[in-house]
Design a protein around this ligand. Structure first.
Ligand code: PMP
Length: 464
């Protein structure tokens, strides 16, 4: 029987100022100087919008952390959470549940072919952690090659595999981790100074050279479309070549689709864009999280091939969590995937994405601070540069570590005054709205960006 005790709403006991003050006093703000943290008190969210305590409504142009793909308050996902809570909130992962079996069968339908066994976690970080451990146990080798402009998570191993400078304060990482970095694939500003297509994907040759000269390489981990570090999209030949290199060298290929999965790029998964005429690219493991539940509950998954799975039939699988395959995280994933299918959101991401892309390209023509816009589906970056020749960023990661407010952050703050939120990172924006976004909402958000970019244009002009 449900308790009849009234639950006093917190809002009756704390003012908004007190909520913000308590948050700052008792909690950590991530990836920042704590004194620079001034969190917005958010009280409600629906569709593509959320509302702060002062009643201001914001259009969310980056789906929070590029994760609320279905938008807020999807009734089917909410119902799945409620029903699971009322039926079986938790059992340990050693037991079978209908929810886990059902979600696993559904994953077989939507994941790239060949990925047939799943380990469920409660974050993308842990899903990568599982992939790294599985790669080591399965191959008996140690090293993992990632790329510089990448993010793979925040635990000691996953931050160790992260190429971007969020790794710096944690160096040298956990002892014996064995993570190495290849240059990122960035045809706008190639780190090894080649030009596509004349380069013949020299970046893939570079990576092979590393494998050849390192020995003991268990796996290569890549974000098929790099997320936070600027929606970097490799050219068509890259993935087929990388797959071939990994096969020839006996190295596993791990696709980190934590951000790029679930329709974000206009395919179910970003790897689905490559090798279409040869049956698709088949990663040995695919790691995902975020959009799998639209972030309503924390869920990650590491999907492996049947071949990898079979190895553990006779070898000890040395991995597990209390919250692994937690029923409360799995039931909403089933509902979220069904909603994606019902609303045909992968096709919608493609259609709305090309509309958004046209508008962003038009912005580039008007704003000298924009070096490049690039994207796939509803996943776009707008990269700001000091000048089009050097393509130098407006700020560096060192500025961030030094606590300096980046120009992109000033632009984002201006956009917020106009009722739009956007993710700003170093010298670019990551635009990744909920896949349910309407054209008028795209118009409104791009207008806000257009009106706010003056700050960056003036900065660039001031450099002379
Ligand atoms: N990999 C990628 C590509 C990501 O974008 C993220 C999160 N931004 C992670 C891993 C880590 O996921 P989580 O924050 O859920 O641990």
């Amino acid at each position: 029987e449900l308790s009849t005790l009234p639950i006093e709403p917190l809002s009756a006991t704390m003012t908004s100022e007190e909520v913000v003050a308590a948050t700052k006093q008792f909690n950590y703000g991530t990836w920042r100087y704590q004194k620079s943290w001034n969190p917005l008190h958010v009280v409600d969210a629906e569709g593509c919008y959320f509302t702060d305590a002062a009643g201001r409504r914001y259009l969310d142009f980056s789906s929070q952390l590029m994760c609320v793909n279905l938008g807020h308050k999807n009734p089917a996902v909410i119902r799945a959470i409620q029903e699971q809570a009322a039926t079986l909130p938790y059992v340990m992962p050693g037991y079978a549940t209908t929810t886990r079996a059902g979600l696993s069968k559904l994953l077989l339908e939507v994941l790239p072919a060949g990925l047939e066994k799943f380990f469920f976690t409660t974050s993308g970080t842990e899903a990568n952690e599982a992939a790294f451990k599985i790669a080591r146990m399965y191959t008996g080798k140690t090293k993992i090659i990632a790329r510089y402009r990448s993010y793979h998570g925040s635990t000691m191993a996953s931050i160790g595999a992260t190429g971007d400078p969020r790794r710096w304060p944690l160096e040298p990482g956990a002892k014996g981790q064995g993570f190495l970095f290849a240059p990122e694939v960035n045809c706008y500003k190639c780190p090894i100074k080649h030009t596509y297509p004349g380069c013949n994907t020299a970046c893939a040759d570079y990576l092979e050279h590393m494998i050849e000269n390192e020995s003991d390489v268990a796996a290569v981990v890549v974000e098929p479309v790099v997320g936070t570090n600027g929606v970097l999209i490799p050219p068509p030949e890259y993935f087929p070549r990388l797959r071939e290199i990994c096969d020839r060298r006996g190295v596993l290929l791990i696709a980190d689709e934590v951000m790029s999965g679930w329709g974000r790029t206009g395919e179910w998964f970003a790897v689905d864009h490559w090798g279409k005429d040869s049956g698709g690219i088949k990663p040995d493991m695919l790691v995902t999280a975020k959009g799998i539940t639209s972030a309503y509950v924390p869920l990650g998954v590491c999907a492996t091939t049947a071949k990898i799975a079979a190895y553990f039939d006779d070898h000890y699988f040395a991995h597990g969590h209390t919250y692994e395959a937690h029923p409360m995280t799995l039931a909403p994933a089933v509902a979220a995937i069904h909603e994606m299918q019902r609303l045909d959101l992968v096709a919608r991401s493609r259609a709305m994405g090309s509309y958004l892309g046209e508008k962003l390209h038009a912005l580039k023509a008007r704003h000298p601070s924009i070096g490049e816009v690039r994207g796939l589906g509803l996943f776009w970056a707008v990269e700001l540069v000091k000048d089009h020749g050097s393509k130098a960023p407006l700020n560096s990661m060192q500025d961030k570590i030094d606590g300096k407010v980046a120009v992109v952050e000033k632009v984002a703050a201006e956009m917020m005054k106009r009722g739009v939120t956007i993710q700003a990172w170093i010298s670019h924006f990551v635009i990744a709205p909920p896949l349910i976004i309407e054209k008028e909402e795209i118009d409104f958000a791009v207008d806000a960006l257009d009106q706010s970019l003056g700050i960056a244009d003036e900065y660039v002009a001031s450099l002379g």
